[in-house]
Design a protein around this ligand. Structure first.
Ligand code: C2E
Ligand code: MG
Ligand code: MG
Ligand code: MG
Length: 289
């Protein structure tokens, strides 16, 4: 096979590209169908208050059970939805569903919803949020929007105006996947975030001897505290990682050490029991979560 060299390879790649495009088109159509027929679901992963070990809230995470391929990760289908121009509809559905589910939890519990940069660039977003909050009868400060640094890539008056409008609504804002993007620290002082979410890539390996990650987490926590923001350590899986991020002062922890993302009824049970959540090691739950 090595002998037919360049030409064979070229054909191989061409066929590959073709089937990739085909696959994407098919997934795009399937995703439209799923949106229309109720095939999307939200799962809820507890965000635990470090000091009290109680559930402060949940992050809503999209799940899609594809009719033939099984569960697909949002990391795979959200980019397809963005390209296909349907992330706005999916995002609106997620906001409405999360607010609806939030209404059945105690008022002290929050829900965090991921917002795509494309939704953030849509001037209609504040009106959509207002409508979702009103329909569910929840308080705006129970809703937290998770935004990534990529919204600052096309930093313009639109970006500033959106922050002002969202703050005026009274919703909370979290900066997601902090430290993984390209932006500078300057936006931290200009954008009114309530929380920084420390990406799991910093947590992973932070307990290893000689790792720089613990120092990075410590400096993010200090920065957040100086700016009056909370911090959530993402992707905490082991007791060692939990001890470390607690020791470094993260105000909140999210990760498999406590829970994988739960169904809405499971999430409701979790809070209505009012239980203290104690880390007892990773739970063996279905791999879809
Ligand atoms: P994210 O917002 O950073 O969400 C955290 C991801 O980490 C989730 O992956 C969650 O399941 C996973 N995770 C939580 N704890 C652990 C842990 O202890 N270990 C490991 N290995 N992973 C953990 P998920 O659910 O696959 O979502 C991936 C990404 O897809 C999210 O990253 C978010 O960027 C995006 N996404 C999910 N739902 C939505 C949505 O409704 N709208 C938009 N625009 N994006 C979404
Ligand atoms: Mg998130
Ligand atoms: Mg994140
Ligand atoms: Mg992430």
């Amino acid at each position: 096979a090595a002998k037919d060299g360049g030409r064979g390879r070229h054909h191989f790649y061409a066929a590959d590209l073709h089937s990739d495009a085909e696959e994407r088109r098919q997934l795009e159509q399937d995703l439209r169908d799923a949106l229309a027929t109720g095939g999307l679901q939200l799962f809820y992963q507890p965000i635990v208050h470090t000091a009290s070990e109680t559930v402060a809230g949940f992050e809503a995470l999209l799940r899609w059970q594809h009719p033939t391929r099984g569960w697909l990760s949002p990391a795979k289908f959200v980019p397809i939805a963005e390209d296909a121009g349907i992330i706005a509809q999916i995002g609106e559905w997620a906001l409405r569903t999360a607010c609806h589910d939030l209404a059945s939890w105690p008022a002290s519990v929050r829900v965090a919803v991921n917002v795509s940069p494309l939704q953030f660039a849509n001037p209609a977003l504040p009106a959509i949020i207002t409508s979702a909050i009103a329909a569910a009868g929840v308080s705006p400060d129970q809703l937290e929007l998770e935004i990534t640094e990529s919204v600052f890539l096309n930093d313009d008056e639109g970006t500033d105006a959106m922050f002002v409008a969202l703050k005026r609504l009274g919703v909370r804002l979290a900066l997601d996947d902090f430290g993984t993007g390209y932006s500078s620290l300057g936006y931290l002082q200009k954008a009114p975030f309530n929380k920084i979410k420390i990406d799991q890539s910093f947590v992973r390996g932070a307990t290893a001897k000689g790792s720089a990650n613990a120092a990075i987490i410590a400096s993010i926590v200090r920065l957040a505290e100086a700016l009056g923001m909370e911090t959530t350590a993402e992707g905490v899986e082991t007791l060692d990682e939990l001890d470390l991020v607690r020791g470094l002062g993260c105000s909140h922890v999210q990760g498999y050490i406590y829970d994988k993302p739960l169904t809405a009824p499971e999430a409701r049970e979790r809070v209505s029991a009012g239980v203290k959540i104690t880390a007892d090691g990773p739970r063996s739950t279905r791999s879809v979560r």
